[in-house]
Design a binder for this molecule. Sequence first.
Ligand SMILES: [Zn+2]
Length: 457
Amino acid sequence: MSLASVLDHIDTNLDAALNRLTDLLKIQSISTDPAHKDDCEAAADWLVADLAGIGFQAKKRPTPGHPMVVATSEGAGPHVLFYGHYDVQPVDPLELWDRPPFEPRIEETPTGPVIRARGASDDKGQLMTFVEACRAWKAVHGTLPGPITIFFEGEEESGSPSLVPFMEENAPELTADIALICDTGLFADRVPAIVTQLRGLVGEEITITGPDKDLHSGMFGGIAINPARVLARILADLHDDTGRITLPGFYDGVPPLPDDLRAQWEGLNFDHSAFLGGVGLSAPAGEAGKMPVEMIWSEPTCEINGMWSGYTGAGFKTVLPSKASAKVSFRLVGQQDPDRIRAAFHDFVTARLPEDCTVEFAPHGASPASQMSTDHPAFEQARAALSDEWPDAAAFVGCGGSIPIAGYFKTLLGMDSMLIGFAKDDDQIHSPNEKYDVESFHKGIRSWARILDRLNG
Ligand SMILES: [Zn+2]
């Protein structure tokens, strides 16, 4: 009965919630631009005042960069930490906006009303879904829904330089039973999802040197080793004919896909033709026998991100190059160890070097995959709550990219994260005319109310 009252309260007060979001969207909190330092402070102040107004102990917390906002509430039940970011991307090219980016307005579109402004979807609209759910809960119950820590960052769009030091200095205060991160999207237009696995990344640049200077391919071609040929052969050796990666030990720590997850993923009916069709492709090119969603969520990859050697300008030059280089990256899953994979890659390249060739390596980044332990009861409770709100059942999904905050929560604070977001692919985040669907905002608020209700059992 009380959940129904909270949901009713959300429905009848949607206009007021949209007005509050409008106020927040007017603040030009572009974190990367020093000219907007005061605006970032103002956005943090606005959030502190708003959270204090509904009963949180809320404080703006200084960092060497833009401040964090930390707010807490007390109570019984599981302790959740909610993360979002109040900073936004720059707005240029300004001339491509139909209206000024910091003058939010509700617009009717063929697919329903949207609120259009920089930050509408990424991430002010999304973080306010949780705040509004707490506000409605407080209005109906008189108390906030259990022990909650709200953690808002103001540097997410500029590389989060203060995040790790702040988390390390304030680890006990920021540690909860589970983290909720609202900065991702729906799986499909109206299909909710909880991201429970994110791939890690290892990058490496390699340069193979043969002759000590560029040579004339007429004078030296045939007798001199060509490092471009050596590099091409090594890179080609990294995959076998079935698309499997051939580095020894590469698949150590790659877990099999559990049956229940396989069933959920099959149920999503992922349309790989549409996904690939959007970039002029048609055929999945991963390992033979894997589902297309496995290829992007739960299988590791090896990709060549760049390769260069010899003469690449206009016209033609019959050069036999001295050097050949490539950038190679690996997306990691499960328990794959970034350091061991880097070492295996070095060995793989070195073992294939012919006489007279040398190699230099330059490392780029190393982060392991994040795999959440979905046996924490909060995961199934949240999935059930989302399935109650949306027309289709929610699923645990993967994310091919890397979202560093989820990794930090795990490695620095020992917390699993649920990434639950309501953005849509056409929200134009980071681009002109960013928008957030009013339906995403409304159902997002209702979703959090349902999740908080389930968590508080
Ligand atoms: Zn974001």
